[in-house]
Each structure stands twice: as structure tokens, then as C-alpha cells.
Design a protein around this ligand. Structure first.
Ligand SMILES: Cc1ncc(COP(=O)(O)O)c(C=O)c1O
Length: 468
């Protein structure tokens, strides 16, 4: 009731342009998490129109390039990005009539790539397994593309002073005002280094006692550098947008007081927990930041007010860390193991994880389901839950090539009935002749059908046996 009155007296603004909605994000106290003696506040960057902290710098970097005459009307912007800077640039470029090419490492989520393409950006994907200096490293590639097109402007967020300036002039003062000057620590990550440097510098200037804390993905070179002055060989991590294999030019390393290394597993589980406890759908880097912030909070002996970023929206990662199968396939959720071939089944039938067809299902519906579930074959079951056939893409292709009327006919007319059934107690070697014959292994015994094993399932299983 009181909220309704509040809404009536303090009406939210009407904006004239989407760019007017950038900046001035709200703050949420994360009150459902165990923060020890401290209070932890999240600055909700996910409510920006591009759903990330990067909208701020896109406005600053493009407007500054315009003022300096580096960007001509209708010109092309080029940038290397983990995705969010690209989306933010696409937002600003779209409103101002510029073209945009973004170069992205290939580990980034499909949602970000689709988002960018839907906004009209050209997306160039490149390898995520190479380091700075390699011609296929995303920043080297973006610089090269820009050099090849003299009419383009390379934004280069990693060296662009307008990146930290955006945070120094907006994020820092916003946090200071929202917290009424009562803030003891600020926890952030480093992608380009812009947000921690600009915001941290502003806050330290207001009160030098404010601690600036880095939350860094395990494998990134920065946390060991901050804590021990140690240079390590970079590892790899799956969290997107933060963690570095080099020290960006704009990073104000000297203002960082302490760092926490956070594993992918800790980040993903923290983000998933936050959705359940706080109701906040935030991305993987937020998982890293909040995990680091919680460690800091719980180590304190006195009450402190701590601020971190809720950097971007978790809707960008629904196919990854919020997808249980992705978590299982990547070894982040432990499943029950049996010590037999059932451990190799990616989608377990008795746990209702798989998608199967009935013999009577029309082929058109089977095609739809194969597309929707992104599988190239499905088991066909009878009324007793026994496999009677397998239908795969080549069966479907043969059917539709020879008979355009076939779409309404049942899958039983086209499925393969030559089945390779393997008992769960058989050995991994028993799968090889099945795959050599270009078939799929149906794992079943007299009592149950347990699921299918394909070549890629065996490859994933063997990969997951390697030490990480
Ligand atoms: C997705 C994402 N990208 C990048 C960053 C870091 O930004 P910066 O480039 O300012 O270091 C963050 C969080 O701070 C983030 O969540």
C-alpha cells in the first residue's frame, strides 16, 4: 500500500530518447546473503538500456570521438569486446547513425552474439585460446581491421581515457551520493579496468580510507599481481567480461588494496544462488564480484558498508550458467555416478532429461522438436518405454527428398529399426564398433532404457576425465 502511494507521488520519468536512460542506476541492498557483520549493496548496472555497466563508457567514448572529429557522420566504429561493450556501442551508434564492427572471442555467449546482430552490428568471431600479440587475438584483430579501413575509428576501450572518465564523472559520484558518503569498501572486477579505476579514484578522493577490492577470475594475472606482486602465466576461465591476461593501460593498479581470486564454479553458483535468494538475474561476472565481496564481508570484524556492481543481466547467459545441462556438461554440477556406461549418457532418460518421440508422432513434429532441442537424432519409444527405433537427420532428409507428402506421416515409417543396444555394464571399448558403423549406442537392459550415447558424448566424457 505504502509503495503504491510512493509510486503516485514520485512518478518515474518519461524519457525522450533511450540514451537519456543511461546512468543513474539504482542500488539494492543484498539482504538475503550471509554478509557477516557487513552490509552489501549492489549497484544495478543491469537496468541500463543495454543491460550492462558498459553503456556509460559507450556514450563517453563515442561523444568524445565526435568532439575530436575522429568520427564522421555515418562512419564505422570498430571495437574488440567480450560483448557488452559491443552492445552498448551498438545502442549509441544506432541512435547516432554509425556503423559498427565488433571483434569477439569465440567463448562468449550466443545470446550476446544474437543481441549484437539483431542491433545491426557486424560480428567477427575469433579465437579465445590465444594471447595478446597473436594475430587472431581479438584486440590485435580489431586493431588490424581498423588499420585496413582508414575511414573507421577504433574505440579501443583498453587504452581509451574516456572509459575511466565515464566512471569517474558518473558511477563514482552516483555511488557516493546514494551511500550518503558512508561507504567503507568498493568491490569490482577488471575487464578493461575502466570501471574500477574511474569509480575507485573518485571514491578514494572523497575518502582515502575507502578500500578498493578486486574480484578476479581464477587464472587471471591481476589478483596475484595485486596481492603478491607476482607475474603468473595466464590460465583460462569461463566467466565473461572480466579477468585479464595482461595489464590494461588504463588500469590504476595502485589504487587496488586487495584482490580475491574466484573460480568459475564459485562465480556461477553465486549467481545462481542470487537469483533464488535475491531474485536478481545477473551475469557470470556479477557472480565473481559478489563472491569476492562476500568473502571480504565475512572476514571483517566490524560492521562495514560495501558496494559492488551488478554488472550485467543474467538473461545474456540463460544458455550457459543458468542452463543445468550446460553446468553438467562443463563439470560444474556433479551428477550421481554409477561407474558404468550410464555415466557417459548426456541426457538421462530415467531422470526425464532427454527428449523422445512416440511412433505415431508426425515427421513434421519430429523435425520441430529436433530443432527446438538442438539434437540431430531422437529415440522413438513404444508404450512400454522401450526403444523401437532411432530417427536422425539423414532419415528425415531421405523422407522429405522422396516424398513431399511425408510431413504428416508417423516417424515409425522412417525410423531406423537396426538398433545397437549396449548394456550399461559393457565397457567403453564396446562403444567403438557402434560409432565406427556410424550408429548411436542405445544404453538399455531388460528392465530399462537409460539413454543414448553419441560420439560427442564419449568425447566430452573423456575430456571431463582430464584434470582441470
Ligand atoms: C560483463 C562485464 N564486462 C566488463 C566488466 C568490467 O568492466 P571494465 O571494462 O570497466 O573493467 C564487468 C564488470 O565490472 C562486467 O560484468
Amino acid at each position: 500500500m505504502s509503495k503504491a502511494v510512493d509510486a503516485a507521488t514520485h512518478a518515474a520519468p518519461i524519457y525522450k530518447n533511450v540514451l537519456d536512460m543511461v546512468f543513474n542506476t539504482p542500488m539494492l541492498e543484498l539482504s538475503q546473503l550471509d554478509t557477516g557483520p557487513c552490509q552489501l549493496f549492489g549497484k544495478l548496472e543491469l537496468v541500463q538500456p543495454g543491460n550492462s555497466v558498459k553503456d556509460r563508457i559507450a556514450v563517453y567514448m563515442i561523444e568524445s570521438a565526435e568532439q575530436q572529429g575522429l568520427l564522421k557522420p555515418g562512419g564505422r566504429i570498430i571495437e574488440a569486446t567480450a560483448g557488452n561493450t559491443g552492445i552498448a556501442l551498438a545502442l549509441v551508434a544506432g541512435q547516432k547513425g554509425y556503423k559498427l564492427t565488433v571483434v569477439m572471442p569465440d567463448k562468449m555467449s550466443a545470446e550476446k552474439i544474437s543481441h549484437l546482430r539483431a542491433m545491426g552490428a557486424e560480428v567477427v568471431l575469433t579465437r579465445s585460446d590465444v594471447e595478446k600479440g597473436h594475430p587472431e587475438y581479438y584486440q590485435d584483430m580489431a586493431a588490424r581491421l581498423a588499420a585496413e579501413d582508414p575511414s573507421s575509428y577504433y574505440i579501443n576501450q583498453f587504452s581509451n581515457d574516456n572509459n575511466p572518465r565515464a566512471h569517474y564523472e558518473t558511477t563514482g559520484p552516483e555511488i557516493w551520493r546514494q551511500m550518503d558518503g558512508r561507504i567503507d569498501a568498493f568491490v569490482a572486477g577488471v575487464g578493461s579496468g575502466g570501471s574500477i579505476s574511474g569509480t575507485g579514484r573518485y571514491l578514494k578522493e572523497q575518502n582515502p580510507d575507502i578500500e578498493i577490492i578486486l574480484a578476479d577470475p581464477d587464472g587471471s594475472v591481476l589478483a596475484p599481481l595485486v596481492n603478491e606482486g607476482k607475474k603468473i602465466k595466464p590460465g583460462s576461465w569461463l566467466v565473461e567480461g572480466i579477468g585479464e591476461d595482461f595489464v590494461p593501460d588504463i588500469l590504476a593498479l595502485e589504487i587496488i588494496d586487495k584482490a580475491y581470486s574466484v573460480t568459475d564454479a564459485e562465480a556461477f553458483h553465486t549467481a545462481r544462488d542470487m537469483l533464488k535468494t535475491e531474485g536478481l538475474l545477473a551475469g557470470s561476472s556479477t557472480g565473481t564480484l559478489v563472491h569476492g565481496a562476500l568473502q571480504y564481508c565475512r572476514q571483517q570484524t566490524e560492521p562495514k558498508r560495501v558496494v559492488t556492481f551488478i554488472c550485467d543481466s543474467g538473461a545474456k547467459y540463460l544458455s550457459k550458467m543458468f542452463n543445468d545441462f550446460w553446468m553438467i556438461d562443463n563439470g560444474f554440477i556433479e551428477r550421481k555416478t554409477y561407474g558404468d556406461l550410464r555415466d557417459l549418457i548426456a541426457r538421462r532418460h530415467l531422470d526425464s532429461e532427454d527428449f523422445t518421440l512416440l511412433q505415431t508422432t508426425p515427421i513434421a513434429q519430429a523435425i520441430k522438436q529436433m530443432q527446438m532441442f538442438d539434437v540431430s537424432q531422437m529415440a522413438v519409444l513404444d508404450d512400454n518405454d522401450k526403444v523401437t527405433g532411432i530417427i536422425d537427420e539423414s532419415d528425415v532428409l531421405l523422407a522429405v527428398m522422396h516424398d513431399s507428402e511425408c510431413f504428416t506421416r508417423p516417424v515409425s515409417d522412417f525410423m531406423t529399426r537396426r538398433l545397437e543396444t549396449v548394456k550399461p555394464t559393457a565397457s567403453v571399448n564396446d562403444l567403438l564398433p557402434v560409432f565406427r558403423a556410424d550408429r548411436i549406442a542405445i544404453i538399455a537392459d531388460d528392465d530399462n532404457f537409460y539413454g543414448l550415447i553419441t560420439r560427442i558424448d564419449l568425447i566430452n566424457y573423456l575430456r571431463n576425465q582430464l584434470p582441470r
